[in-house]
Every structure is written in structure tokens, then in C-alpha cells.
Design a protein around this ligand. Structure first.
Ligand SMILES: [Zn+2]
Length: 346
């Protein structure tokens, strides 16, 4: 068998040589590293290296003990590289390629129980996906700001979804390595993306027919049970959208949600309910909205539109407006809290 030495991770003062599995390739890769570093970071390596008679630790390569592992060279490179240089695992926040980039190191970390690598990968993933409603409010604000710069031509990349986290690969990594906290919103995000909007297929199109503003997903990475969760979730979220359309276009229901003894001008605020309801029915909660959300429902975004709509602010007093906004936030919070159930993640 041909052995090639790894360009960076064949260290002259290393006291252990590791041969990768050559897989389908013509050559195995040799790494020369330090036993102490492996033993310090991995109880599996510690036990393996403590037993001099183990058949997988043999004398025999370039004057150092040799271990032959069944892992592929690129996976070992990723994990060993991270032990010597932790910043090699650093990924840009929201980088849509991060889950794929980190999956090799994570697989080795799981197999050899290298907690230091696992902790960094988990932190990187959790940094890109809101896990609480307060996280989501901040996320939503940043996303809106990013969307604004993108639309005004000052975008960081040609495609909007090159700047935001990609849900299917994140779900895959989270499911493979037990990182459940990110799943509810990653599934929610995936449910808002059309199944025919595939990451690779969209990028394979000619530039003039690509839609840079359309969000895509790496659908093929979705775990086997993922489709069922997405479809189930979409049905539930569609009900939430229908409830929003019904209640926020009903003037009596709307008025109930803000009228109070603290109102600064009751006559004006009571009359305003019908105006707000009909404005929303015409512009925000119309048939086009219902059709768009029937395919990929996004009730959190729909409520956010109502929250930011200037019409209510113009029509009712400040006190009533604050009450109405609080109702909208409370409903978003309720939907957020239901997400583990919506996607059967409990
Ligand atoms: Zn009022």
C-alpha cells in the first residue's frame, strides 16, 4: 500500500504515527502526532495507547509506534487539525456551509469521545439558530437588516441564502450528534422553503434564470423522518395562518384585543378597529397571502408584518397600539412554544 505523509500533520517530533483508511483512494495518509495530546483529549485514545499489546498499536513506521485507524484521511485531518489549531473549527456565524464543514470533525469527536471538539461544534451550530423566543426576536431583527442591505444592492453575496444558515444540513448534523435545541426553528425554517427550491439544483441553473432572492435548502441531506416532520409541521402552521387571517380581519375580535380603560380616546380607537381590519384584509391578509402561505406557511413572519404595520399606529392611541403589539408578540411566543410539538420533536 502506498503511504503519503500529511502535508501539515506529519510532525517531526511526533511520537505516534496514524495511518488513515485509504477507502477507495490509492493511498493511505500518515499523520505523525503527539500521544500526549490525543490521550489528554480522548479517553478512547488514552485507553488505546495505554495498552502496549493491543494489536492496533504496532511498532513499525518511521521509528514510531503505528496505529491503523478505519477513519478516512479527511475526517482525521479535520479532527487532528482542530486539536492542534482550535481556530480551524471557526466558522462565520450564519455560514450556510458550516454544518457540512464541521461534520467530519464531529464524527471523529463522537467516535473517540473528544469533548473539546464536540463543544466547539455545538457552540458554532447553536450560534446560528435561535433556541429561545428572545433569541428569535434578535435573529428576526438581524435577518430583516440583512434582507434590507441585500435588496439595496449592498449585499455580501449574490444570493441571499449564501448569507443565512441552511436548515437541512443543520438538522442532519443536529440529529446525527444529538444537538436537539436547534431543531424546532431549523425545522420551522425548512418548512418555509419550497421542496422544489433545492440548493444545488438552483445553483446549477444558468445565472440569468436563477432567483437570487429565493431561499433554498439542501433537501437531500434531510434525515429519513424529516419529510414527515416537515409535512406535519406545514399542516399545523397552515392552521395558525388561517387563525391569524380570521382573527385579524375581524374588527370585533381586533378591538377586544386592545380596548381598555386606559385608552386615551375611546371613540376614535373603537371606530378604528373596522378601518384596521379592512386595511389588513385588503393588503396584508388577502387571498394572495393565503395562497403563498398555503404552500409554505410562515405565521411568525405574517404576525411580524402586522406588528410593524404603520396603519395601526396611525389609527389608534399609543396605549391601544402597545396593547395590540403585545397581543401580536404573545401570539408569536405561543407559536414559538408550540414548535417542538408542531414538528413532533418532543
Ligand atoms: Zn386607545
Amino acid at each position: 500500500m502506498i503511504i503519503t505523509h500529511h502535508a501539515e500533520l506529519y510532525l517531526s517530533d511526533g511520537d505516534l504515527v496514524i495511518h488513515s483508511n485509504n477507502g477507495d483512494g490509492p493511498a493511505a495518509v500518515a499523520f505523525r502526532v503527539h500521544k500526549g495530546l490525543l490521550a489528554y483529549n480522548s479517553p478512547i485514545f488514552r485507553d488505546m495507547l495505554a495498552l502496549p499489546c493491543r494489536p492496533d498499536v504496532q511498532d513499525g513506521y518511521d521509528g514510531a509506534p503505528l496505529v491503523r485507524l478505519s477513519d478516512e484521511a479527511r475526517e482525521l485531518e479535520s479532527a487532528l487539525g482542530a486539536l492542534y489549531n482550535p481556530s480551524s473549527l471557526a466558522v462565520r456565524r450564519w455560514d450556510p456551509g458550516a454544518p457540512n464543514q464541521l461534520s467530519s470533525a464531529m464524527r471523529i469527536a463522537k467516535k473517540y469521545e473528544i469533548d473539546s471538539i464536540r463543544a466547539r461544534v455545538v457552540a458554532a451550530l447553536e450560534d446560528s439558530w435561535p433556541r429561545t423566543f428572545a433569541d428569535w426576536l434578535r435573529f428576526r431583527g438581524e435577518l430583516a437588516a440583512l434582507d434590507g442591505t441585500h435588496h439595496y444592492g449592498a449585499g455580501l453575496a449574490t444570493r441571499f441564502d449564501d448569507c443565512v444558515p441552511e436548515p437541512a444540513s443543520a438538522i442532519r448534523l443536529a440529529r446525527d450528534h444529538d444537538i436537539p435545541g436547534i431543531l424546532p426553528f431549523a425545522f420551522y425554517t425548512l418548512a418555509t422553503i419550497g421542496a422544489d427550491h433545492d440548493w444545488d439544483a438552483e445553483r446549477a441553473k444558468a445565472a440569468d434564470v436563477q432567483k437570487p432572492e429565493v431561499r433554498t435548502a439542501r433537501w437531500s441531506l434531510l434525515p429519513p423522518d424529516g419529510w414527515q416532520r416537515v409535512l406535519r409541521g406545514r399542516e399545523r402552521l397552515m392552521h395558525a395562518v388561517a387563525d391569524i387571517v380570521r382573527s385579524y380581519t375581524d374588527s370585533a375580535d381586533l378591538m377586544q384585543s386592545y380596548s381598555s380603560l386606559d385608552c386615551e380616546d375611546e371613540d376614535v380607537c373603537i371606530d378604528a378597529a373596522a378601518d384596521i381590519a379592512s386595511n389588513w384584509e385588503e393588503h396584508t391578509l388577502n387571498m394572495a397571502t393565503v395562497i403563498a402561505h398555503a404552500r409554505c406557511p410562515d405565521p411568525l413572519a405574517l404576525l411580524e408584518k402586522l406588528y410593524n404595520c404603520p396603519v395601526a399606529a396611525q389609527k389608534v392611541c399609543g396605549t391601544c397600539h402597545q396593547k395590540l403589539k403585545k397581543r401580536i408578540r404573545d401570539e408569536q411566543k405561543y407559536i414559538w412554544d408550540c414548535l417542538p410539538d408542531v414538528f413532533a420533536l418532543k
